[in-house]
Design a protein around this ligand. Structure first.
Ligand SMILES: Nc1ncnc2c1ncn2[C@@H]1O[C@H](COP(=O)(O)OP(=O)(O)OP(=O)(O)O)[C@@H](O)[C@H]1O
Ligand SMILES: CC(=O)N[C@H]1[C@@H]2OC[C@@H](O2)[C@@H](O)[C@@H]1O[C@H](C)C(=O)O
Length: 420
């Protein structure tokens, strides 16, 4: 059957992802029809299933660079597959079963291609640009040494074969490797889905995800050669530094700044934000991607050190870190977009941070800042929905990456398929 004939019949698909915040597994059960311009999704159910505390701690440790044995890695890989399979079972309760499952898995390591920002470009120039990423930490230095090979590397745990075995559902997983193998960053992958679900006939839009890391997809108005004008990249820290700071400042009592209330009671320190914006990542041209390897614990420690000069209290420090997220997003639009969008649509957990949203609105002046909920697509489950769509495209033989976003040399089928 031709892909378009196959796609005429709606398919029930599960999308699963745990992002860089490692807060739990986002699961979406969707009904999908159409292929690209006629792509339609209906969200039947969405839920977040927290990780067992011990597994979360182990994942965070691996992500922070703690050395583990291959035996432990294997254990974590399957422990993640098991909780992902449980999430898939739970999300179907009370619904007709799904016939396809897309599982992003859990990123524990992400290294952009050498010459980050210039995907696929190896050699001295590439190395020089990567070395510029080192002022912040010993951890960042290791990142540079590891990054002397031309291709990127990204590791998502929770192997698909086991998820298929446990759920009895055809599963697509390991979405990033094919793009990386042809010179791409393997991220961001959601922009192609954003393009078909969130484009507008007259309006240029930035779809801004604020997870642990932030990423944007600029989708121009849907006419002419609009697809070639899409731009996308990781903007830098979303909530990663904020969450780590909250945990540190509350001595472990809190894991995030609910609604941004704590930061809202402080005042951002503008000179510090200016200083932090000098960091090289913010100035590298897209395509570019990043992770907790850069915007993680060591980075926060350097921020805390920098802040000592200004004697900030806890609330001021959180306000300043929140401002870094907002300012780095807006700075990247002003620097790298061909034109500013007419609307910004937020998604991810950071879209619930009301203080962050207010600061973004202030910096973007007259450009309205909404959430994707306000145009009919769940801000909480958009990433999980996207991996359901990417699995569906893979199953139909439709490429999932956008070379302009990832830096890959061409479009490619994303993901490995495991059948029962
Ligand atoms: N009500 C809220 N107020 C403030 N922040 C919130 C709220 N709810 C969620 N968050 C933030 O959102 C984060 C989780 O966001 P999300 O689940 O989108 O991240 P992720 O998917 O793990 O990351 P990424 O998109 O980088 O992979 C939490 O760690 C927290 O910082
Ligand atoms: C390696 C990895 O997991 N990257 C994530 C991360 O979280 C946000 C940002 O960095 C994004 O580029 C990417 O995820 C989304 C789902 C993407 O690929 O579009």
């Amino acid at each position: 059957m031709h892909p378009t004939e196959q796609a005429a019949v709606p398919t029930r698909v599960i999308g699963l992802i745990s992002g860089t915040s490692v807060d739990g597994i986002d699961a979406a059960l969707v009904e999908i029809s159409g292929t690209e311009l006629d792509l339609k999704i209906e969200l039947l159910a969405g839920a977040t299933y927290p990780y067992p505390a011990e597994l979360r701690e182990r994942i965070l440790a691996v992500g922070a660079g703690v050395a583990i044995s291959m035996a432990e890695l294997a254990e974590i890989d399957d422990a993640i597959a098991i909780v992902f399979a449980q999430a898939a079972q739970n999300i179907q309760i009370g619904h007709q079963p799904a016939t396809l499952l897309g599982s992003h898995g859990q990123t524990v390591y992400h290294r952009p291609p050498a010459g980050v920002g210039k995907a696929g470009e190896a050699g001295e120039q590439g190395k020089k640009e990567t070395e510029m990423l080192t002022p912040y930490s010993a951890e960042a230095k290791r990142f540079t040494i590891a990054n002397s090979t031309p291709l990127g590397y990204s590791l998502q745990l929770g192997r698909g074969a086991l998820i298929t075995h446990l759920t009895r559902i055809t599963t697509v997983s390991n979405f990033r490797v094919a793009d990386i193998a042809i010179g791409g960053h393997g991220a961001p992958l959601v922009p192609r889905v954003d393009a078909y679900l969130l484009s507008h006939p007259q309006e240029g839009r930035c779809i801004q995800n604020i997870g642990g890391i932030g990423n944007v997809a600029y989708i121009p108005p849907r006419y002419g050669d609009w697809l070639s004008k899409i731009r996308a990249w990781d903007t830098g820290p979303g909530n990663s530094l904020l969450d780590l700071a909250v945990e540190h400042l509350s001595a472990g009592a809190k894991t995030y700044d609910e609604d941004g209330n704590w930061a809202a009671s402080g005042t951002p320190c503008d000179p510090l934000v200016e200083q932090w914006l000098n960091q090289e990542y913010f100035h590298l041209p897209p395509p570019k991607s990043t992770g907790r390897e850069l915007f993680g614990v060591a980075y926060l420690h350097q921020c805390l050190k920098d802040a000592q000069a200004y004697q900030l209290n806890a609330a001021d420090l959180l306000a300043t870190l929140t401002e870094l997220t907002a300012a780095s997003i807006v700075h990247s639009y002003r620097t790298f977009l061909p034109e500013m969008p007419q609307r910004v649509l937020l998604c991810g957990g950071g879209s619930r941070n009301l203080y962050l949203k207010r600061r973004l609105q202030l910096l973007l002046t007259s450009i309205p800042v909404w959430t994707t909920d306000e145009v009919g697509l769940s801000a909480d489950f958009k990433e999980a929905i996207a991996f359901a769509v990417l699995a569906y495209w893979r199953n139909l033989g439709i490429p999932g990456n956008l070379p302009i976003a990832t830096g890959a040399s061409q479009e490619v089928l994303l993901g490995e398929i495991y059948q029962i």
